[in-house]
Design a protein around this ligand. Structure first.
Ligand code: URA
Length: 235
């Protein structure tokens, strides 16, 4: 990106009109790369880190990648026929029109990625990439060794739906880690139901090598470039 005047850049981020941005600058409310700037002649590029009143600003058309710790009780679609809360309601402060990459059920919590980058979404949801999604699940019964082998071999449900191999590890009675690659509708619930261990509670804890970590429920944060590589890097 070529250099542009700071007030023009700020306006392109939706901060305010150019004139109002000039006032913010002369009042000392704007920092560029950690330094307060009060000169109206200052020029910047999209490589500069710009803060207004202590908050980082970004161009409205910039590609952004976000991780959300989705709470239970939210849908991942934009509109819901039952008017239930939607994950976008939790994205306050994000200027770009982002959408979820894949989906989590209404009653599933955990790691959800949101972006405005269609190419990236295509890449990580395409079956050829086989991105591993990791879940922790509480089940009504514990799967035994034979159940684990059945799931590891891949199963076909009575309705003909085929599931690729799933790797399941028992952490403690009725608490399992499930790793799947497909992202089919109710994938984990249907797999565990198949071996008579229905899921009572489900949370996604990683997508590829990207882990949810300690992000509190209902909160989001931007992903760093190197974290995007983690998603596709872990097979
Ligand atoms: N599998 C499920 O059954 N539900 C989810 O939300 C995600 C994976």
């Amino acid at each position: 990106m070529e250099e542009i005047r700071l007030q023009k850049y700020m306006a392109s981020c939706g901060v305010a009109s150019r004139r109002a941005c000039e006032t913010l600058i002369t009042e000392g409310k704007v920092q560029v790369n950690g330094k307060t700037v009060t000169e109206l002649g200052t020029k910047v590029t999209d490589k500069d880190r710009i803060y207004v009143n202590g908050r980082r600003i970004r161009p409205e058309n910039e590609k952004v990648y976000i991780m959300l710790n989705k709470p239970r009780g939210y849908v991942t679609t934009n509109k819901d026929q039952f008017d239930r809360p939607c994950v976008l309601d939790l994205m306050k402060g994000v200027k770009q029109r982002v959408y979820p990459v894949g989906r989590l059920d209404y009653d599933t919590s955990g790691l959800l990625i949101l972006t405005n980058d269609g190419e990236f979404t295509k890449k990580i949801t395409h079956p050829s990439h086989q991105v591993v999604k990791t879940y922790i699940a509480r089940t009504s019964y514990s799967p035994d060794q034979q159940d684990l082998e059945t799931l590891a071999a891949g199963v076909t449900l009575p309705d003909g739906t085929q599931f690729a191999p799933a790797q399941v590890t028992v952490l403690e009675p009725c608490l399992v880690i499930v790793k799947v690659t497909e992202g089919k509708y109710h994938e984990v619930k249907r797999l565990m139901e198949y071996v008579n261990c229905p899921v009572k509670w489900l949370k996604r804890i990683a997508v590829g090598g990207l882990e949810l970590g300690k992000l509190p429920e209902g909160k989001w944060r931007y992903l760093l470039r190197e974290e995007l590589d983690l998603i596709l890097g872990d097979k």
